[in-house]
Design a protein around this ligand. Structure first.
Ligand SMILES: Nc1ncnc2c1ncn2[C@@H]1O[C@H](COP(=O)(O)OP(=O)(O)OP(=O)(O)O)[C@@H](O)[C@H]1O
Ligand SMILES: [Mg+2]
Length: 219
């Protein structure tokens, strides 16, 4: 699948003045692993949210294989996202009162994939959280939650993975686990888009982009 972005932008107001969080941008994801870096507040998360179907751009289109995802009905887009887009959000996310395994399997359950138990076990083992399988998300450390959300993003084998600082609070060993699994995933023919400040991430990526005051450029 190819994701093609045409002239998307997003503006917000601060006080009485409007500003571009993301200036009109063209962009394509067509396999491989791509990094987006840039200063805090430069528009990275806003851009990722628009690419991943979570935030409608003010103008422009986000097309997957020629289909404008923001022209889909809400439920159709939700199901499409669930099957084809995995997101590792910035910060800590998890359903506190569900176990790690239940959290990871949730996207599979939501789109009727009932055969993902083995994959979930395999992902937990790869990410070093298998022994936490039956623990509740609320009992996990920040780094453990982050690895759980990486497994959750990969469970449905989506064509696109969007990870917002996936190694943010990880030690070197866990960082390596996460980056290796994302790299292998990209090598299997999928697209992986990673926002990061971590200098280790670059060495795993095919292309590097930077965001500067809402303007993206290739390094
Ligand atoms: N919902 C919103 N309403 C108003 N302003 C917003 C909103 N979301 C983001 N912004 C502003 O848009 C700009 C870009 O935010 P964004 O979260 O995309 O930055 P970022 O590059 O991801 O930063 P960080 O590295 O700190 O996560 C910031 O100035 C932010 O304050
Ligand atoms: Mg951000």
């Amino acid at each position: 699948m190819i994701l093609s972005v045409k002239d998307i932008s997003k503006s917000y107001n601060r006080g009485k003045t409007g500003f571009y969080a993301v200036k009109p941008t063209n962009f394509t994801l067509d396999g491989g692993m791509v990094e987006l870096c840039g200063r805090s507040g430069s528009g990275k998360t806003t851009f990722l949210s628009m690419l991943s179907g979570l935030l409608k751009p003010d103008e422009g289109s986000v097309e997957i294989d020629g289909k404008d995802i923001y022209k889909m009905q809400d439920t159709a887009l939700s199901l499409f996202r669930c099957k084809n887009m995995g997101v590792v959000p910035q910060g800590h996310t998890g359903l506190n009162n569900y176990t790690v395994k239940e959290n990871i399997l949730m996207p599979a359950l939501l789109c009727g994939n009932t055969d993902k138990e083995e994959r979930s076990d395999e992902l937990m083992k790869r990410l070093g959280i298998f022994e936490l399988s039956s623990s509740f998300a609320k009992e996990l450390s920040g780094g453990e939650l982050r690895r759980m959300s990486v497994a959750r993003a990969l469970i449905n084998e989506p064509d696109f993975v969007f990870a917002d600082e996936p190694t943010g609070d990880l030690d070197d060993e866990s960082t390596k686990m996460v980056l290796e699994i994302l790299r292998e995933y990209a090598d299997s023919g999928k697209s992986v888009f990673v926002i990061s400040h971590d200098s280790q991430v670059k060495t795993y990526c095919d292309d590097i982009y930077t965001m500067n005051s809402g303007e993206i450029s290739k390094l």
